[in-house]
Design a protein around this ligand. Structure first.
Ligand code: SF4
Length: 73
């Protein structure tokens, strides 16, 4: 395992793809909320503290392929 793998996960959203399905917020309810238009608002501190498998699942099921896993600083 590299040092890079040990840094907490962050999520990035490709806004050109996201169309507000809201599935990510349903899967990570403590870490992602939806704004008034149904688009996700990320709480990166909570995402970093979330179960990594839950974060990866949210990335994999996004129907628009708009989520990407990054590594925190
Ligand atoms: S699941 Fe994907 S498309 Fe839907 S709101 Fe989340 S990031 Fe956007």
């Amino acid at each position: 395992m590299s040092a890079d793998d040990q840094r907490p996960a962050n999520l990035a959203i490709d806004w050109t793809r996201c169309d507000g399905h809201g599935l990510c917020a349903a899967l990570l309810p403590g870490s992602i909320r939806l704004d008034d238009w149904g688009y996700p608002v990320l709480d990166q501190a909570r995402i970093a503290a979330a179960e990594p498998s839950d974060v990866k699942r949210a990335v994999s099921v996004c129907p628009a392929l708009a989520l990407r896993l990054t590594r925190g600083q």
